[in-house]
Each structure stands twice: as C-alpha cells, then as structure tokens.
Ligand binder design. Structure first.
Ligand code: PMP
Length: 428
C-alpha cells in the first residue's frame, strides 16, 4: 500500500500541475477530503478555503443537494453523445440559464471549460459575419490586462505582455489591443478612453468581428475593478461600428460581484456571453456560450451550421450538478448575501492597509484583494498559509479571497488574520 509520502513523491515525479515546472515544482498538498468551507489534508490538517477552488465552489464542498443530484443522474446515465441525442438535464439547464441571464440571450452552446467557451464565442462571431457577407471581420478588440483562458484563440485575446503571450507570440493570431479600462468602480468616466476605442473601431472595423471583455472586473489579469458605465458606452460604440460585444462572465458570473451577473451592473446586453467555473457549483467542468437570436439565426442563415461539437458536450452529470447549483442560488438573496460577505471581507482585510508591503485593499462582492507593492514568491508563501490553517493562493502582487458564499464571518476573520500575519513577514 502506498503511503502519503509515496503519493506525494509520485505526484512530483509524474504530474504537471497548473503553471509549474517539472524539474523544480512548487510544493503540493495532498487532500483527503473537503466539506463546507474546509479542505482536510492527508496529514489531518484542516484549511479554511479562501479560494473556492479557483472561484468555482460557491456552495462549499460536498454539498448534499448537488451530491444527490449527481447520484440521481448517475443512476440513469452518465453520458450520451449530444449529436442526435438530447436529455432533460441539458434542456432544463438551458431554460434556466436563458431565464437568469440578460433578456436578449436566448440560445445556448454547452462546452467543457471556460477556455473552450471563449473559443466557441470567437468562432460564433467570425461565422456570423461570414454569413452576413463580411468575411474580413475575423479579428477581435480587447483591453490589455484581460484573461480569457489558455487555449490558442483564448490566449490571443489575453493580455499581450504576460508570459504566455511572450512565449507563443509567433503562433498567436494578432488581435487589436486597447488600454485596460481605468480602475475604480465609481471613478468618473474618462472620455479619452472611449475616444481610444472609437479610433480603433474607426480604423479597423472592417476587420473586427467582436469586442471581448470581462465585465466590471478584470480577474486573473490583476483583479482590476472598473466603472460599469464603460460597458454601456462600449455597447453603443459596438453598435455604431457593427461589432459584436462578447462578455466573458466565467469568473464574474453567478453572484461573485454582488449581482447575479456582472452584466447586471450595466443597462445593456452583450451579443455573446460565456459562463463556466461556478456554473456547476464547482463540481464538474462545464461551460456555456449564450447568444442572441441575431447571431444564432444569422449563423444558421441559408442552411449554415455552427462548426463546433465537443465529445462531452452537455454532459448530463455536469448539467445535473449545474441545475442543482442554480436551484441553491435561487434560495439565496444574492445581493444581500454577497453584500454581507463583502462587508465581512472589508472588515477582515482593511487592517492590512497599515502594512508597508501593501499598496491597496479593495473589495467587490465576493472578491477581496490585498495588492502588494512587489510580486510574491509563491514557493515561500504558500506553506506559510498552510501552517496557519488557511488555503489562499496568491498570484503576482495579489493576495486575494474569493471564498465560497456559505463561509462564516469567523472563517473570514481567520483568513484576514492569516493574510495580515503572512504579509507582515514579507520584505518591503
Ligand atoms: N475567462 C476568465 C475570465 C477566467 O477567469 C478563466 C479561468 N480563470 C477562463 C476564461 C478560462 O476558464 P477555464 O480555466 O475553465 O478554461
């Protein structure tokens, strides 16, 4: 029988983890079980989860409602191909998604992951313009500091200065980049920013199929919050220049920003919207690309078909998990619950502002960010958090919290205390 150490040694030898080296991997911790907001390691240590496993496990781990939804579906069938066959879990989920997302979004394409849903969105836009007799509209405009996934087309619309872009520059489609939206949720709209977009559209609209952006929060690109009014203005510019507007709600969807979707902070609707991550309550991998009738029927014009069809499209287990997760979300009062979480995080993190290492503390909905002056060495810092009984995984200059929505005030306080303690040990 293998010991825990045998497993960890094998892990180090055989497995790649996200963004890690094979010859000098960062430490990994063996998980035995997880329940509610706690992850228990094989050595018995219990960690309070501040990450929702990359922002997906919104109802906590091992939730009885989602467990039994999956078990029930498992007793019927775990998967069937989606070509030629269909099933109730997918139909129920599509109906529900259409009901809760902005009104114009009426058609749903299921795929396996957030990155793939972005690929699908970009393909939809290109195919749409093709059927409209504008085949030169093949490219996308996107703000810098954005992140849309790790597959090739998704990478092409990620921030052009990050590591991935540098490595793959020659292999990536060259897209059109504009400045990131000015930060600050309530800061006054800068007309120069909108002028920059207008100029880009004026010069290149014949080549531009769509504008893709993470609404209200640029997440992995720096946890940057910006004024939703920019999105209203961008919608108007897209309409003026015949450009489709694509919202990537993969990180922001399902309540994270305090509204069900970040789009709900605006008074507009995108043409295409991607959701993933928390869609299944973080249980299984599933994403969806929603679009309006204009795009969907446009693509289907004169017998056109949309050219995408993954093997595990609409996986019934994942759809059942998503249906259960959305039913749980219905039971919360999202604005109230997430505002409470925001207030708890503000109270727990604000003390960090007194540390010299800290540049800024900011919170929005279920996102709490402590931005430092200098990048963090993850190898060093991760074990310190584990020692303190919390699961927090910083990146770049950011130590942040995106906890499950069911977390308690005491658990948030413990996370805040650990962040303060660890930050205080960092060089400044
Ligand atoms: N878009 C955004 C905004 C994301 O935050 C992420 C993942 N962090 C993705 C796309 C990619 O999703 P996935 O990792 O499921 O492919």
């Amino acid at each position: 029988m293998k010991t825990d150490q045998n497993y960890l040694d094998l892990d180090k030898q055989l497995l790649w983890h996200p963004y890690t080296s094979m010859s000098n991997p960062s430490p990994h911790f063996l998980v035995e079980k997880a329940s509610g907001c706690e992850i228990t390691l094989s050595n018995g240590r219990t960690l309070i989860d501040g990450m929702s496993s990359w922002w997906s496990v919104i109802h906590g781990y091992n939730h009885p409602t989602i467990n039994s939804a999956i078990q029930e579906q498992l007793s019927q069938f775990s998967h069937v191909m989606f070509g030629g066959l269909t099933h109730k879990p997918a139909i129920d989920l599509a109906e529900k998604l259409i009901a809760i997302t902005p009104t114009d979004l009426q058609r749903v394409f299921f795929s396996d992951s957030g990155s793939v849903s972005v690929e699908v969105a970009l393909k939809m836009a290109i195919q749409y313009w093709n059927t409209q007799g504008k085949p030169s509209k093949q490219f996308f405009v996107t703000p810098k500091s954005g992140y849309h996934g790790d597959t090739f087309a998704a990478m092409s619309v990620c921030d052009p200065e990050n590591g991935m872009h540098n490595l793959f520059a020659a292999a990536l489609t060259q897209q059109y980049f504009i400045s990131p939206p000015p930060t600050g949720l309530d800061t006054a709209i800068k007309s120069e920013y909108l002028d920059e977009i207008r100029k880009m559209f004026e010069e290149n609209h014949q080549c531009i199929a769509g504008f893709i952006i993470e609404p209200v929060v640029q997440n992995a690109g720096g946890m940057r919050f910006y004024n939703p009014e920019y999105l209203n203005q961008i919608r108007a510019l897209c309409d003026e220049f015949d450009i489709l507007l694509i919202f990537d709600e993969i990180a922001t969807g399902f309540g994270r920003t305090g509204k069900l979707f970040a789009t709900d902070h605006t008074n507009i609707c995108p043409d295409i919207m991607c959701v993933g991550k928390a869609l299944t309550g973080g249980y299984m991998t599933l994403a969806a690309t929603l679009t309006n009738d204009k795009v969907a029927l446009g693509i289907s014009h004169e017998g056109g078909v949309f050219m995408h069809g993954p093997t595990f499209m609409g996986n019934p287990l994942a759809c059942s998990a998503a249906n259960a997760s959305l039913a749980l979300l219905d039971e919360y009062n999202i604005p109230e619950k997430i505002t409470q979480l925001e207030n708890w995080m503000k109270a727990a993190l604000i003390r960090c502002e007194e540390l010299e290492q800290v540049k800024e503390v900011r919170c929005l909905g279920g996102i709490g960010v402590v931005e430092l002056h200098h990048p963090i060495n993850l190898h060093d810092i991760q074990p310190k958090f584990v020692e303190l009984g919390v699961w927090i995984r910083p990146f770049g200059k950011l130590i942040y919290l995106m906890p499950p929505y069911i977390i308690s005030e005491e658990q948030i306080q413990a996370l805040g205390k650990a962040i303060y303690q660890v930050t205080n040990t960092l060089p400044h």
